[in-house]
Design a protein around this ligand. Structure first.
Ligand code: SF4
Ligand code: MSK
Length: 649
């Protein structure tokens, strides 16, 4: 049965998106929302995870009448195998992104980096120190080469456990050892997981799910963490920066170029090239006022965090940006790029340019990015976009007048700096505020949009409710962009929306109550922040005891499954706005929602309503506060050294 198509207002909550969906209808252009509606009822075997096509005796589907596939696999095995394969997909995506950055760092260290360089030498030395690499009296390129080779070893290690795991609190590491889930090399974990899900190998759902958590750790405490660290060294550790978000950042009188995808190498060069006098002169010659670079999805987050480049939108707005009719070029790399883009673009003058041989789309112009000649490659793309400006049809242009200011750039280093300045930067004031109850706890709200739900709605309702209830919100990915678009990422918002305690803290340090920590790979920064909270003392000795909860309100990608798993394996409860495809196995569902709590200290919770999710977040935070013995209301107290020594560090 085909669904009745939803109205624009039912599909999205943001006015700019509503306007563009209406324009899409007028222009006879399909979007992910219309395609979702026309899909009709989605396959119940897929939704419940009981369809298996891992061999050609199948595909097999489990029903009450056929409880086993041809080979004899039951629902538990099939659902667990499918789940593990999703986790592998997510781990591989983040980690391949990391690999590209590490190889770039190695090239820079060897003097073959072209236009790339080590931008943040301080980060290089700090991070190298965390891997016991000697930094004293050594040149940057020597340290960088040893670090790059160490990182490469994290991918290739066959028998040793990941060194990056050692960045976690000791008790956390002990928990992983006890559960036997400490991963070996990232590549080995992905290959072994694919082997284990091949027909006739691993059939025990518990063993498969433990491998899912093991593989996810190779992402969160492996690939993703390495990606963030390497990007910081190459492009700079993010510090607070002002910018704007929503489709209104597109400029009618300029050449609009949007970067979309995930990896920062090309977008960094485009950001440099867009300000090059030669490029500005070319744009003026073509009748434009200049070149306006904006971002979508996580590429946007990368160059927002480091350069303040404005955000045109999040995942659900990629087609809508083209529908404005004002985009000369969309430059894409990897992940979350809809294959529909060239079709949508064919109704306008927009050129979709794919830039990597691992990600091509029929209908896109393929111009492989030459990193060895990065700036020249970037300039040549911009010149092509400028040429395209002449083809723009003014009758098709409609840029929504919607954008909001924001402050982003909250790396862990930046948070420490905000809390204590250069000389005594630390998480102490934050720990104290949590212990005293002025801040009840911390929520990480992360992930995508999903056309199954009204885009941005759950994210925005939950975020507003949590800051009202004095929960500090850390965000990444498309969830962060949803908040930015409603103005929740300015310190001024704290005055209007946050509860008294959170407001007091935010006002004192001048930070927003919702902190933008970066892209999807930067979820590792949330883990890093959690490890800092533990190390600072007074909140227990492992991450599982923290009054902290993760939420993925509108998630859709395999990466989100992996992220959820590494949060849980790191002891954090995770609330899902949309369920996994696992309901076809009671055993698998119970393992993820209950048994994981026993093993790791965190588990998954499915909560479809954002206000119920806010209640659940507070319940989990209050439970943790009670366990820590900080549930009683205490007088505000300034800690001296003696007090601090008495804390449970
Ligand atoms: Fe069917 Fe088993 Fe083959 Fe899966 S592995 S398709 S359940 S026969
Ligand atoms: S881009 S994985 S839609 S957050 Fe990282 Fe957004 Fe989700 Fe992609």
């Amino acid at each position: 049965m085909p669904k009745t198509p939803r109205t624009a207002e039912e599909r999205v909550v943001n006015q700019a998106s509503i306007d563009m969906l209406k324009k899409a209808d007028a222009d006879c252009v399909d979007t992910c929302f219309s395609r979702y509606d026309s899909q009709g009822m989605q396959c119940k075997f897929g939704v419940t995870g009981v369809c298996c096509k891992n061999c050609h005796m199948g595909p097999c589907r489990i029903t009450p009448r056929t409880p086993r596939g041809v080979c004899g696999a039951d629902a538990d095995t099939i659902v667990a195998r499918n789940f593990l394969r999703e986790v592998v997909g997510g781990c591989a995506a983040h980690s391949d992104h990391a690999r590209h950055l590490v190889l770039r760092l190695k090239a820079v260290a060897e003097g073959n980096g072209g236009d790339y360089k080590i931008t943040d030498g301080k980060a290089l030395r700090r991070i190298a120190g965390q891997y016991d690499i000697e930094t004293a009296d050594r040149e940057e390129h020597e340290i960088a080469l040893e670090l790059a080779n160490t990182f490469i070893g994290e991918f290739t290690a066959q028998e040793e456990e990941l060194k990056t795991l050692r960045l976690a609190p000791l008790k956390q590491q002990a928990k992983w050892d006890k559960a036997k889930v400490a991963p070996k090399g990232i590549d080995r974990m992905c290959v072994e997981s694919m082997h284990r899900t091949h027909i006739g190998v691993d059939h025990d759902y518990r063993n498969l799910l433990l491998q899912a958590f093991r593989t996810s750790l190779a992402d969160g405490w492996g690939g993703a963490r390495i990606a963030s660290m390497t990007a910081d060294i190459l492009f700079g550790t993010p510090m607070p920066v002002r910018s704007e978000a929503n489709l209104g950042v597109l400029e009618e009188k300029q050449v609009n170029v949007i970067v979309h995808g995930h990896e920062p190498a090309l977008s960094e060069m485009l950001a440099v090239a867009a300000n090059d006098p030669e490029i500005i002169a070319c744009a003026k010659e073509a009748g434009a006022e200049g070149v306006n670079l904006a971002g979508l999805c996580c590429t946007a987050n990368e160059i927002l965090m480091r350069r303040g480049v404005p955000v045109a939108g999040n995942f659900h707005q990629q087609e809508l940006a083209v529908i404005t009719g004002a985009v000369e070029m969309m430059v894409v790399d990897v992940q979350c790029v809809m294959p529909s883009l060239p079709t949508v673009a064919s109704s306008y003058h927009t050129e979709i340019v794919s830039t990597t041989d691992i990600a091509k789309t029929i209908g896109a112009t393929h111009i492989p990015f030459k990193a060895s000649d990065g700036l020249a490659s970037a300039k040549s793309l911009l010149k092509r976009a400028i040429d395209n400006f002449k083809k723009r049809d003014p009758a098709k242009v409609s840029v929504p007048d919607e954008k909001k200011p924001l402050v982003a750039g909250f790396s862990v280093e930046a948070i420490k700096y905000m809390l204590g300045g250069t000389f005594r930067g630390s998480f102490r004031p934050l720990n104290d505020a949590i212990i005293q109850g002025r801040i009840r706890g911390v929520a990480g709200i992360v992930g995508c949009n999903n056309p199954k739900t009204q885009a941005d709605s759950y994210i925005n309702i939950l975020t507003a409710e949590l800051i009202k209830r004095n929960v500090l919100v850390l965000q990444t990915g498309c969830a962060a962009q949803a908040s930015a678009k409603v103005g929740s990422m300015t310190p001024e918002t704290a005055l209007e929306q946050a509860g008294d305690g959170l407001r007091e803290v935010c006002e004192t340090v001048g930070m927003p109550p919702v902190l933008h920590m970066g892209s999807c790979v930067d979820n590792s920064r949330i883990l890093e922040a959690a490890a800092e909270l533990v190390a600072e003392g007074g909140l227990g000795d492992d991450m599982g005891g923290l009054p902290a909860v993760g939420v993925a309100p509108e998630w859709m990608s395999e990466k989100a499954v992996t992220i959820g798993c590494y949060f849980v394996a790191s002891g954090c409860d995770v609330i899902l706005g949309l369920p996994f495809h696992t309901s076809g196995s009671e055993n698998v569902s119970r393992f993820l929602q209950e048994d994981a709590k026993e093993i790791f200290g965190g588990a998954f919770h499915e909560v479809p309503d954002p206000m119920d999710a806010a209640d659940r977040v507070l319940e989990l935070i209050n439970e943790a506060r009670e366990n820590l013995g900080i549930d009683k209301k205490t007088e505000r107290k300034l800690y001296d050294m003696k007090d601090r020594r008495q804390l449970d560090v």
